[in-house]
Design a protein around this ligand. Structure first.
Ligand code: FPP
Length: 238
């Protein structure tokens, strides 16, 4: 898939990786097998994004609402994340990927907090692709957290109410430096945001596919990027 194949490449692609459980059920496998296959699909997409020169890739790996899943599924997911971090760290470092994490990270198990802190600092100077993993992430919580931080600054006299602008607000999000997603992909046929990047997605292009996340491969990514490449973006203007 050469880069110049597309008229335009998105700077930031964000993906709601949905359908692992259904993929496993369809094959008569336990749900956790779907998550294992989901890790492989994520790995493929990260590699392609790097090769194509996409600068930011955000993957919705675990939502704040996912804490409400059965305890054994949550534990299995975190053991998978832990394994993936140790298994793929070297490769990510070698490939120039900067990894960042976004969400209510203090809720994560201690070993995961340590693993993600180490990976973030080991890759901090990389600049080929920034990979953002949304973990324990909820957009409404992010917006509430930003609002509280701004309210505190106002109450302490550091800024005035008139200083609150869209840009000020953005500066208080979890990753202020992250540009808005140009393209948001959701797999598995569901058509909703599920509390993902609600502030940042004001002008994102949306792409929905019935393909279940573990089956989302180079060919499916290509279809999404081609579709994006043919969109006319006007940002409310003519
Ligand atoms: C959606 O499938 C997936 C998740 C809730 C989270 C797990 C995601 C992965 C293991 C993919 C890669 C992860 C990383 C860290 C890059 P689902 O369980 O909601 O599927 P269902 O809707 O069919 O039940």
């Amino acid at each position: 898939m050469p880069k110049n194949f597309y008229d335009k490449i998105p700077t930031h692609v964000a993906i709601i990786m949905d359908g692992n459980g259904r993929w496993a059920s369809k094959k008569g496998l336990p749900r956790v097998k779907g998550h294992e296959a989901g890790i492989d699909a994520a790995k493929k997409v990260i590699n392609i994004a790097g090769e194509l020169g996409i600068k930011y890739l955000t993957l919705f790996a675990f939502s704040i609402e996912n804490w409400g899943r059965p305890q054994d599924e949550v534990s299995y997911l975190f053991s998978l994340f832990d394994k993936a971090i140790s298994l793929y760290s070297d490769e990510l470092i070698e490939k120039g990927v900067r990894v960042k994490f976004m969400g209510a990270l203090s809720l994560l198990p201690e070993n995961i907090q340590q693993g993600i802190a180490a990976l973030s600092s080991e890759t901090a100077n990389n600049d080929k692709l920034t990979l953002v993993i949304a973990l324990s992430y909820g957009s409404r919580q992010e917006i509430v957290d930003a609002t509280k931080a701004i309210a505190l600054e106002v109450s302490q006299g550091q800024i005035s109410i008139d200083d609150i602008t869209i840009d000020t607000f953005r500066q208080h999000l979890y990753l202020p430096e992250l540009p808005d997603p140009d393209l948001i992909i959701r797999t598995s046929g569901e058509k909703r945001f599920s509390n993902f990047l609600l502030f940042q997605s004001a002008y994102s292009e949306l792409y929905f596919t019935p393909v279940l996340w573990p089956d989302f491969d180079e060919n499916e990514f290509d279809k999404a990027l081609l579709d994006y490449s043919n969109r006319k973006r006007k940002f409310g203007k003519l």
